[in-house]
Design a protein around this ligand. Structure first.
Ligand SMILES: Nc1ncnc2c1ncn2[C@@H]1O[C@H](COP(=O)(O)OP(=O)(O)OP(=O)(O)O)[C@@H](O)[C@H]1O
Ligand SMILES: Cc1cn([C@H]2C[C@H](O)[C@@H](COP(=O)(O)O)O2)c(=O)[nH]c1=O
Length: 226
């Protein structure tokens, strides 16, 4: 868990699984409970990172190779962490982030075939110890997610650099995200996204609530102040 005062919660999964929908719903519930919530996303979320987002999603960086793309994602992440996420957590906010380091592990690492050590090194630099307190992995068959994403953007908007890849590649990503829940079961929790929005929202909330509870350390610090 991060040592900051807030909570850092990331949402991961394939295309169109419902991450933005669920983040916005959760933010609403938590704000109604009086919590300070910051909703953000990757690639992007800070001025520098948003500038890099278009380069990545338009496919402009694709011709320079997967290493270059991975480094651009990491550069964007580093700016986002230091300029936005870390300061917000220090102020006690609940930070809800649409994609983070696990997307790089899966998209650039697993389906990009980058050597694992390269991804590990980039992650260490970009994340700089800012590991999420909780990662919700929304799980849905790849075809269903792509259908949802397509219906959302409308018929005349072209799919982005990653959406346009083969279904088999998206299915491989789905498996890789599920693997994360096995390798890091404390941090990464699987959410069945193949059900109505309200049901997914209930599963999200019940998974998030325990992480919002004060830790023993926080209780002790509060008691010392009283
Ligand atoms: N449980 C659900 N059942 C059916 N449709 C859903 C569900 N959740 C979200 N949707 C719809 O699916 C589409 C994609 O949802 P959303 O944008 O939240 O996904 P996303 O994971 O953020 O996508 P991306 O990774 O492509 O940004 C939207 O039109 C949304 O309204
Ligand atoms: C953070 C991150 C993202 N990606 C990919 C995954 C998606 O295809 C796009 C982001 O689009 P979205 O509609 O905003 O979800 O970028 C990636 O390949 N690696 C990453 O680290």
């Amino acid at each position: 868990m991060s040592t900051s005062k807030g909570r850092f919660i990331t949402f991961e999964g394939g295309e169109g699984v419902g991450k933005s929908t669920q983040i916005n719903r959760l933010a609403k519930v938590l704000r109604r409970r009086g919590m300070d919530v910051l909703v953000t996303r990757e690639p992007g979320g800070s001025l520098g990172a948003e500038a890099v987002r278009h380069v990545l999603l338009s496919g402009a960086a694709e011709e320079f190779g997967i290493r270059m793309e991975a480094m651009l994602f990491a550069a964007a992440r580093s700016d986002h962490v230091e300029e936005v996420i870390r300061p917000a957590l220090a102020e006690g906010a609940i930070v809800l982030c649409d994609r983070y380091m696990d997307s790089s592990r899966v998209y650039q690492g697993v389906t990009g075939n980058l050597e694992p050590q390269f991804i590990v090194n980039l992650e260490r630099i970009a994340v700089n110890s800012m590991v999420p307190d909780l990662t919700l992995i929304l799980d849905l068959p790849a075809e269903a997610g792509l259908r949802r994403a397509k219906a959302r953007v409308g018929a005349n908007v072209a799919p982005d650099r990653f959406e346009k890849e083969e279904v088999a590649t998206h299915e491989k990503r789905r498996e890789a995200f599920i693997d994360l829940t096995r390798s890091e079961p404390e941090r990464c929790k699987l959410i069945n996204a193949d059900q109505p929005e309200d049901m997914v929202a209930l599963a999200v909330l019940s998974t998030v609530e325990p992480v919002l509870e004060p830790t023993e350390l926080e209780d002790a610090a509060r008691d010392r102040k009283v």
